[in-house]
Design a protein around this ligand. Structure first.
Ligand SMILES: NC(=O)c1ccc[n+]([C@@H]2O[C@H](COP(=O)([O-])OP(=O)(O)OC[C@H]3O[C@@H](n4cnc5c(N)ncnc54)[C@H](OP(=O)(O)O)[C@@H]3O)[C@@H](O)[C@H]2O)c1
Length: 288
């Protein structure tokens, strides 16, 4: 039985990755800094390793007897006092150094789609720097470059609940967001994939106007959209860059950039955003 180490298991994508590796017959070791966060995944995990990628001493021996290392470690919404370079670059590099001590057969890493178009962003720079190290490591590797996740599209549902959706510019930039479950299949299939770089998005290519419309329709509400001029976005980002640190402006800058460029990746998967919104609304109704 092949053994996998999953770093990032506590995240949105990580939970689906854990289930998919188990479903495909792997022995699973998870890395997390907080065991409690993995309680609901216990049935899919054979061994829980407690450590923090940014602290090299805490992850010593983590790759022992492991065949595949998978990492979706990265800052999405800043919670700690650490930078992208600390986590996305150095944290993953620390993991790579541990892998080098063992005879692993493959390293699979999750980056972001369209890094070339966003190379001026701090978060992307850290990811690109790590992928360079991975490419030069001599390991067999796959780097998955996914489009936006369904989890991030929930912001549109929140706007619709509040009664107004906001888009940048004309709202006609397109994106094909992907469900974590579909993306997990792509990532786990990468174990036997020859392709080194895998670009992937969900099955539906949608403009941001269309996503707002789907959110309102899911709630049975009349669509109301406001358009924010691109110059205002640029002004907000410039001001944030001047007045705040990367920990504050980094995630905002990333999301605002994704919303204002074409983000159309090769399509994959069977989960549709409309169904996901319906599911989320019903889930909430059941819990209320
Ligand atoms: N969300 C998107 O739309 C999107 C799109 C494309 C690519 N991506 C990339 O895909 C990856 C996974 O995304 P996701 O949505 O699953 O992210 P997520 O839910 O925020 O999970 C990120 C993972 O990284 C870990 N992590 C973050 N900061 C850490 C730190 N200081 N020390 C140790 N671990 C840390 C988290 O652990 P804790 O639970 O302990 O914090 C978690 O396991 C990220 O690199 C992201 O940039 C995301």
């Amino acid at each position: 039985m092949k053994k996998v180490l999953i770093a990032g298991a506590t995240g949105y994508l990580g939970q689906y990755i854990v289930k998919e590796f188990k479903k495909q017959g792997f022995w699973v070791r998870s890395l997390s800094r907080n065991a409690a966060k993995l309680e609901n995944l216990s049935e899919y995990i054979d061994e829980k390793f407690i450590g923090e990628v940014t602290n090299t001493n805490s992850i010593l021996g983590i790759c022992k007897d492991i065949d595949i290392v998978f990492s979706s470690i990265g800052i999405t919404k800043q919670r700690d006092d650490l930078t992208y370079m600390d986590v996305d670059y150095q944290g993953n590099k620390n993991l790579l150094e541990e892998a080098k001590k063992e005879g692993i057969s493959k390293f699979i890493y999750v980056s972001v789609f369209n890094t070339e178009k966003m190379k001026n962003l701090k978060g992307i720079q850290a990811k690109v720097r790590f992928t360079k190290e991975l490419k030069e490591s001599g390991f067999n590797y796959s780097i998955v470059y996914p489009n936006g996740f369904f989890s991030d599209m929930l912001d549109y549902l929140q706007m619709a609940k509040k009664g107004r959706g906001y888009v940048f510019g004309s709202g006609n930039y397109r994106i094909n967001p992907i469900h974590g479950k579909d993306l997990a299949e792509v990532c786990v299939n990468a174990v036997s994939e020859e392709e080194k770089g895998i670009n992937v998005g969900g099955p539906d290519i949608l403009t941001h106007n269309e996503i707002v419309a789907i959110a309102f329709e899911s709630l049975n509400k009349k669509i109301k959209i406001s358009r924010i001029p691109i110059w205002l976005k640029n002004f907000i980002l410039m001001t944030l860059r001047l007045l705040t640190s990367v920990k504050t402006y980094g995630p905002i800058e990333f999301f605002m950039t994704v919303l204002t460029i074409e983000m159309v990746a090769p399509t994959y998967g069977k989960y549709h955003l409309r169904d996901f919104f319906f599911y989320k609304i019903n889930e909430r109704n059941k819990n209320e």
